[in-house]
Design a protein around this ligand. Structure first.
Ligand SMILES: C[S@@+](CC[C@H](N)C(=O)[O-])C[C@H]1O[C@@H](n2cnc3c(N)ncnc32)[C@H](O)[C@@H]1O
Length: 295
């Protein structure tokens, strides 16, 4: 289907809802000869495959399950990833177009990255096209109506492989912290949130986009419970919405945002450089007020 040379497609299929598949992902997935999907045990199911299976034509398209065990021992994992890469390359060399599907976005903590790196290194003649997908971060933030980052806020995205001390440091340093793979360590995270007084700033999002979706701020309800692997926690330290905070700050400093220019030196709005916002010209104290932890 590539029209010239063999192409290996890495396709993000979004967080779980068919409508969140991109038009490009749909076009590629309908057209390829082979759809490879990751599975954590041989013959196991695949979350990514469940999202797209209804639109495949299995009389023409072939499914290929590839093994990606949930293991942290790289000495065991690498030969398994290499075997998956070998299967993909064999299809491509037989002139069959291949798409490897990945839940969410392929460039964010995905199994695709492992095989992609091996193929790109060892088979540079193979063309690769990566189709981005809606990541679980975006989907969870939208479902919970939490801004991941606004204005000059800094975001940290981390898998749940941190200790309490590291987590504390991250929460102190960043405006928003997204904890991926949080399902198995929620209790430990709750302790840190309580120590920092941030419990009410956290949103738990699990299996977003599916019928089993959970989006809640009631973290207590999930203490001592093992949550699904597809669970994310977003801690957004901003307690007051930015626009309201700016307005309140402006009211206190008697700055009338949106007022007409008062002097000849101050340009009218239409004369300002493009891209300069009210916030850019707000006094330093106002801008800095957004950066500290107490909001
Ligand atoms: C291996 S990473 C894959 C991330 C994926 N590539 C993405 O772009 O979202 C798996 C982690 O992503 C998050 N995740 C993936 N899908 C999710 C969903 N539907 N709802 C909530 N979190 C999800 C969870 O934190 C999960 O442990």
């Amino acid at each position: 289907m590539s029209g010239g040379g063999i192409v290996f497609y890495g396709v993000g299929v979004g967080p779980g809802e068919f409508e969140l598949l991109t038009l490009k992902a749909e076009r590629v997935l309908r057209a390829v000869d082979v759809v490879c999907y990751p599975s954590c045990k041989a013959g196991g199911s695949s979350y990514a495959l469940r999202i797209i299976k209804p639109m495949l034509d299995l009389s023409r398209q072939r499914l290929e399950g590839l093994l990606f065990p949930m293991d942290k021992d790289f000495a065991r994992l690498i030969p398994i990833w290499r075997e998956s890469a070998r299967v993909i390359v064999a299809h491509l060399k037989a002139n069959r177009s291949v798409a490897f599907i990945t839940e969410g976005d392929p460039m964010l903590y995905s199994t695709f990255l492992h095989v992609y790196e091996i193929i790109a290194d060892e088979f540079p003649e193979i063309g690769v096209e990566i189709v981005p997908g809606v990541s679980s971060l975006g989907a969870a933030a939208a479902a919970g109506r939490v801004a991941l980052g606004q204005a000059d806020e800094a975001i940290a995205i981390v898998p749940a492989t941190y200790g309490k001390h590291e987590l504390k440091e991250l929460l102190e340093r960043f405006d928003t912290v997204v904890l991926m793979k949080v399902g198995a360590v929620l209790d430990q995270v709750l302790e840190v949130l309580d120590e920092l007084g941030l419990r009410d700033r956290a949103l738990l999002a699990s299996r977003v986009g599916t019928k089993q979706e959970i989006v809640t701020r009631d973290l207590e309800a999930y203490r001592a419970k093992r949550l699904h692997y597809l669970t994310t926690l977003i801690v957004s330290k901003r307690a007051v919405p930015l626009v309201r905070a700016l307005q309140e700050e402006a009211a206190q400093t008697k700055l009338d945002i949106g007022r007409a220019p008062r002097s000849a030196e101050e340009p009218a709005d239409e004369d300002r450089a493009p891209g300069i916002t009210e916030q850019d010209r707000a006094p330093d104290s106002l801008v800095k007020a957004q950066a500290g932890p107490a909001r």
